[in-house]
Design a protein around this ligand. Sequence first.
Ligand SMILES: [Fe+2]
Length: 281
Amino acid sequence: MGVADDAIKGCDRMRVQDLGAIDDPILVFGGPYSNLQATEAVLEQARKRSAYVICTGDVVAYCGRPADTVAAIRAAGCPVVAGNCEIQLAAGASDCGCGFEKGSSCDLLSVRWFRFADDQISSDDRDWMRALPDIVTFSHCGARYGVIHGGVTDVARFLWSTSPADVFELECQALEAIVGPVDHVIAGHSGIPFRRAVGRGEWINAGVVGMPPHDGNADTAFAVLTSGQLSLHRLTYDVGGAIADMEAAGLTQGYHKALRSGYWPSEDVLPPDLRSSLAKG
Ligand SMILES: [Fe+2]
């Protein structure tokens, strides 16, 4: 058994939700991150486009309105892939499960918001999180898509636009071992949207709506599939309201400033080549 087989072993216990064929427009977004204002704005974008909605997970994270954001997503009734934040909160864990290096800025900064979210989330919300699928599949205009959070072999795996080709290959193999052939993969988790050619199609990171993609622009990101064509978009929303909610919650460790500046306080999670290219804008 090779490395890939070892990594794939155990993935068969993952929960899959198949949505069937959807040829209408589909809006895909990740990382609401307890940012109610951004969540409401992206759902409004979906309504304007009469689009089906899919969320790649991490409904709850850095920002100030965890319970209200979960309520907004649940009210929307869209399929949601379980993010590491949902998995950890549902399990009653003590951290977000991102696997940040001990002592990294993300490790230190996540303590406060995770505790806050853990205090705010109801047992009913945890039950909802526990029931979320690990993978969502659908067909759109003749192509089959698999939607995941981070990676298949690890929900909190960070895949970047610059990650090695064999990492993408391994994750695609793991996905197809569970759900059968797919043309394209849509993921979230790492917070920066990108498209990269893999196998028969593309690996698409749809970005996150709750935190800007570390490029000096406060607008966040989402993706839209229309008539088989994928496009990445920026989301303008009430940034001031989201910051005020973080300040009211005492979440002033640095991510509240990132909502306005467009730069994360935790750049050390990024691979070095990506840090400099994004910082240059
Ligand atoms: Fe995540």
